[in-house]
Design a protein around this ligand. Structure first.
Ligand SMILES: *[C@@H]1O[C@H](CO)[C@@H](O)[C@H](O)[C@H]1NC(C)=O
Ligand SMILES: *[C@@H]1O[C@H](CO)[C@@H](O)[C@H](O)[C@H]1NC(C)=O
Ligand SMILES: *[C@@H]1O[C@H](CO)[C@@H](O)[C@H](O)[C@H]1NC(C)=O
Ligand SMILES: *[C@@H]1O[C@H](CO)[C@@H](O)[C@H](O)[C@H]1NC(C)=O
Ligand SMILES: *[C@@H]1O[C@H](CO)[C@@H](O)[C@H](O)[C@H]1NC(C)=O
Ligand SMILES: *[C@@H]1O[C@H](CO)[C@@H](O)[C@H](O)[C@H]1NC(C)=O
Length: 548
């Protein structure tokens, strides 16, 4: 019965207006359309498919809410006007309203009962007004409200009970106000809240109880406040929280085990604070953390076990601190680490092994530009067994004293010509077990001190020796298992290998404990052209190169 009536209405409306916008007054006076007249000076549209009436009254210089808004309205735009206040019962007849936008409308006062009757309301936008206060129970009957925007107003405080009745609220934005302190129980009426934004206020203190009832919360943004410290037990109940933003505060201390109980936390941003010390159990229990940002603090040193629980950490930002030394084994458990930034610190001393231990056998796929640039004294950089695919200019910037660079068993496809430019002192370079197809002479030219070069097991077809100069220091060159194309381009390498048989050895022999000699070959086997395929470059007859 009811369905039929709705259908008739919709058809009548369609005949009059179709789905075209309709200016006020254009609708014929008709009993069926009476309840849907478009209020002047607004603009209405009706979606026949889902019988949805939208009314747009944005930026019309309105000073009061139009009185003749049809009951059927589902979406109502009133933003950008000049209402100053919302009187009681303004929307009392709009029980079908789902979306109400009142942002930027100069509101300074919302009277008690202003939202009375909006039982179906789902989203309410009140941001960018001049609200300073809201009375308790103001949203009391909005039991379907899911999203509430109160950001960019002038709230200096919130009354307890202001969110009473919002048992289905998912999203609450209180950011960009002037909140200094919040009542202990202000969020206790929001058991289903998923996301809470408190960014850019003046909060300087978080009470123990404040977040106790937010057991469904997934994201909490406290950035840009004036928090001085993080006490224990504040976040204990947030067991489903995945992202916690605390950046741009004045935090100088985080209590030991402050994040205990946060079993789902994946993202923790503490950058741009005043932290000087991290304790061994600062991050205790954060076993699901993927991203930890600690950049732009004043951290002076890292203790060995600070990160031990973070076995799933992928990104660790420690740039712009005052770190002077890296503790041995400090990064030991970080087996999933992909990004580590230590830029802009004061690292002078690298204890033997500090880096060797943590970078080898990681899953590092990206080295951020300049991220190692404080490591001026680093001698060894062991990135073996990671997932690097390319080396770009500046990734190794600052490593002017580096002597050993181990990059074997990555997935390197490309090394940019400037990548090794900073490495003036490099004597040992291992590029074996990668996917390199070319290695331009340019790439190696800066390495005038190179003594050991290993390019075994790549996909190289050719290799220039021009970069070696007249009296090279090179003492060992390993070339085995590539796709050598023994044409004229390899003649230089052939001549060099024949003239320096102790540099390009054919094999080495080592004797194991059982007295069985083990050979390690350095065959430069030609894959092309067909007539020399399978021969070692050094055994290809001179005549093959006669036309070069
Ligand atoms: C609103 O008022 C301003 C200035 O008083 C005027 O420039 C603007 O055209 C008006 N807008 C509308 C939609 O009437
Ligand atoms: C809003 O309306 C008041 C008068 O009700 C007026 O004084 C004020 O200038 C208006 N503001 C804007 C931005 O139009
Ligand atoms: C609400 O509807 C009643 C009749 O049901 C009417 O008297 C009243 O004026 C309406 N109020 C508004 C604000 O439209
Ligand atoms: C050659 O390198 C690839 C890629 O790193 C690796 O998977 C493979 O095991 C290596 N082969 C040998 C014989 O070392
Ligand atoms: C020799 O082979 C390399 C690799 O396949 C190729 O790039 C180059 O053009 C060839 N050079 C000559 C002179 O044929
Ligand atoms: C390398 O060449 C030697 C002969 O000089 C041969 O015995 C050996 O099997 C070759 N090794 C490989 C891996 O091709």
């Amino acid at each position: 019965m009811r369905k039929e009536a709705v259908l008739t209405l919709a058809l009548t409306w369609a005949l009059v207006a179709g789905s075209q916008p309709l200016e006020a007054g254009a609708a014929k006076e008709h009993a069926a359309t009476e309840s849907r007249k478009c209020p002047s000076p607004c603009f209405c549209s009706h979606d026949d498919c889902n019988d949805e009436l939208s009314i747009y009254c944005s930026s019309r210089n309105l000073t009061s809410i139009p009185g003749d808004v049809p009951r059927a309205v589902r979406l109502l735009w009133l933003d950008g006007n000049n209402f100053t206040s919302l009187p009681a019962l303004t929307f009392r007849n709009l029980s079908n309203l789902e979306f109400l936008n009142l942002q930027g409308s100069q509101l300074t006062l919302i009277e008690q009962h202003a939202f009375h009757g909006l039982e179906g309301l789902y989203s309410l936008y009140l941001e960018r007004n001049r609200l300073k206060a809201l009375t308790p129970n103001i949203f009391l009957h909005l039991q379907n409200l899911a999203s509430l925007n109160l950001n960019n107003n002038q709230f200096a405080k919130m009354e307890e009970g202001v969110f009473a009745g919002l048992s289905n609220l998912w999203y609450l934005n209180l950011g960009w106000n002037s909140l200094v302190v919040l009542p202990d129980r202000v969020f206790h009426d929001l058991p289903n809240l998923r996301e809470l934004v408190l960014a850019s206020n003046k909060l300087h203190y978080l009470q123990h109880q404040l977040f106790y009832s937010l057991t469904e919360l997934r994201e909490l943004d406290l950035s840009g406040n004036s928090l001085k410290g993080i006490k224990g037990n504040i976040f204990t109940k947030l067991q489903k929280l995945q992202k916690l933003y605390l950046h741009h505060n004045q935090i100088n201390a985080v209590a030991p085990r402050a994040f205990m109980g946060m079993k789902s936390l994946r993202w923790l941003d503490l950058s741009h604070n005043r932290l000087t010390t991290l304790f061994e159990d600062t991050f205790f229990g954060l076993s699901t953390l993927h991203v930890l940002r600690l950049s732009s603090n004043s951290i002076a040193g890292l203790r060995p076990r600070t990160f031990r629980d973070l076995q799933f950490l992928e990104e660790l930002q420690l740039g712009s601190n005052r770190i002077r030394s890296l503790a041995e084994r400090g990064f030991e458990k970080l087996g999933q680490l992909e990004v580590l930034a230590l830029n802009d610190n004061q690292i002078q001393e690298i204890r033997a092994g500090a880096f060797l231990l943590f970078l080898r056998h990681n899953a590092i796929a990206v080295i951020e530009e300049h991220s190692l640039s404080d490591l001026r004294d680093l001698l060894d950089l062991d990135l073996k067994n990671n997932r690097l695919t390319r080396l770009l200019p500046n990734q190794l910037a600052g490593l002017g004293n580096l002597e050993y660079l181990l990059l074997s068993s990555n997935q390197l496809l490309e090394i940019s010509p400037e990548a090794f430019t900073p490495l003036r002192c490099l004597s040992w370079l291992d590029l074996s077990n990668n996917y390199l197809e070319t290695l331009d002479g340019d790439v190696l030219t800066p390495l005038s001190k190179l003594e050991y070069l290993n390019v075994k097991n790549n996909s190289l077809r050719t290799f220039s020796v021009g970069w070696l100069g007249p009296s090279p220091r090179l003492a060992q060159l390993w070339l085995e298992r590539n796709k050598w194309d023994c044409n004229c381009s390899l003649k230089g390498l052939r001549d060099f290998a024949l003239q320096n048989p102790t540099v390009v050895l054919r094999y080495t022999q080592s004797v194991t404990e059982g007295d069985t000699p083990v050979y390690s070959y350095n065959n430069v086997t030609c894959l092309n052209p067909a007539d020399v395929m399978g021969l070692d470059l050094r055994d290809v007859p001179e005549g093959h190169f006669v036309d070069c």
